[in-house]
Design a protein around this ligand. Structure first.
Ligand code: NZQ
Ligand code: ZN
Length: 389
């Protein structure tokens, strides 16, 4: 296990009725920017409930709606202008990862002279932000408890991440009942995203991380157990609650302590959604098993056999390679059973852009190589794309 500094400062209010915590939490703020998406929080009544609490508390608010999946920097710019105009001192995200990431992008940009896209591309130092808080409505990204945002630039067809300790939400309200209305496909997408976040950190070159690996397996088993239930019974509180907490724990930093994450699958996926604007988890469902198969080798086989045994209950046998392959197949079968795609053609991506996407993916890394468990160059990424054409 490597050295680490534990720091997850987001205060979490988890459970039924926790929206009531909002009144106390906003006491110290005056002007609130509410950010939301394309209407789910209007239909569910959440927006009105939040506005009522803000008004009863004597605070002012402004709204910014219209966040799209794969959130755009153009809306971030709009939010920054609103913050400056209305002296906003809290950005409150109502929604899933896209809304939260937009809110973080706005919070990051308010005190910067540079355009937010320049800040992201040049990884400029972020020394002051407006505080962000979230009311989560979709279990998936973990953005409600982490310091990252992923923003797309529609003009340049790029999708890039940005992070700063100042972007941890100051508080997040996680009421599983708010996820009852999430569609079947988005629920499945959330489950795949959570699995992928765990897997990106689970398969790592650092040895002796027993406790971290067992925590990871517990989260994956939770998703395997409860995602199918949530699909069949959208208002099953227990299933929604397990998935919601799994999503936060999967990417709040906890699992990566003492380890180095691989993150190749996310690196590749961001290129798919940058150019083709596909849903993040559709890309992950296609890429994750393909990456596993590609990096499986004599050097990595023990880790994959352990995964197969502990998460998928594949019986121990002498042939570790067979165990590992069975575990990868189980992963693919699970994603398929959730209704997720497993080929790029299913999301209308063809071979014509493989080279371009591979080039863009590896160019973001030093020496043009991505990944930690196995270093992947451009040709490796093209081969992975070809294996799922
Ligand atoms: O826009 P509305 O109307 O709210 O509808 C949304 C949207 O259409 C809908 N939805 C959300 N909550 C709902 C609901 N519909 C009904 N009932 C509810 N309670 O779901 C759709 C998808 O929402 P979105 O926020 O895009 O999904 P998700 O949470 O999966 O976020 C995906 C984005 O996060 C990025 C992804 O790349 C993608 O852009 N990621 C962010 C990360 C981070 N910040 O740490 C890490 C991830 O790996 C990921 O890259
Ligand atoms: Zn993800």
């Amino acid at each position: 296990m490597r050295n680490f500094n534990y720091n997850i400062p987001t205060k979490v209010y988890f459970g039924k009725g926790q929206l009531s915590a909002l009144a106390d939490e906003i006491l110290r703020y005056k002007n609130i920017l509410i950010v939301y998406g394309q209407g789910s929080v209007v239909h569910s009544g959440l927006l009105q409930r939040v506005v009522d609490i803000i008004q009863e508390s004597g605070k002012k608010h402004v709204e910014l709606s219209g966040v799209e999946p794969n959130p755009r920097v153009s809306l971030v710019r709009k939010g920054i202008a609103l913050c400056r105009e209305h002296h906003i001192d809290l950005v409150l995200a109502l929604g899933g990862g896209s809304v939260i990431d937009t809110s973080k992008g706005i919070a990051m940009g308010v005190y910067q002279e540079a355009d937010p896209w320049e800040v992201i591309v040049e990884q400029k130092e972020i020394s002051q932000t407006v505080p962000v808080a979230t009311i989560l409505t979709l279990a998936a990204t973990g953005s409600e408890m982490n310091p990252y945002a992923v923003i797309s630039n529609e003009a340049t067809e790029e999708k890039l991440g940005v992070g700063s300790p100042l972007l941890y939400p100051v508080f997040s309200i996680l009421d599983p009942e708010l996820t009852y209305s999430v569609s079947r496909h988005q629920t499945a997408c959330g489950a795949v995203d959570i699995m992928s976040h765990v897997l990106e950190q689970y398969f790592c070159p650092v040895a002796d991380t027993f406790i971290q690996n067992r925590l990871s397996e517990a989260i994956m088993e939770t998703v395997v157990e409860f995602a199918p239930i949530a699909l069949e019974e959208p208002d099953n509180y227990h299933a929604r609650a397990e998935l919601m907490w799994a999503g936060s724990l999967a990417l709040n930093g906890l699992l990566s302590y003492g380890k180095i994450g691989d993150w190749s699958v996310h690196g590749m996926e961001h290129e798919l959604s940058a150019i083709y604007n596909i849903t993040h988890a559709d890309g992950l469902a296609i890429l994750q098993p393909a990456w596993m198969k590609y990096v499986l080798s004599e050097e990595t086989v023990d880790r994959f056999a352990e995964y197969a045994e502990r998460v998928w209950k594949i019986p121990t046998q002498e042939d570790k390679m067979a165990m590992a392959e069975a575990g990868i197949q189980k992963t693919r079968d699970f994603f398929n059973a959730l209704g997720m795609p497993d080929r790029l053609s299913q999301v209308n991506i063809n071979a014509s852009s493989f080279e371009q996407m591979a080039e863009k993916a590896v160019s973001l890394y030093r020496n043009g190589q991505m990944g930690m468990l196995k270093k992947l160059g451009k040709e490796d990424v093209v081969k992975i794309f070809q294996s799922i054409e």
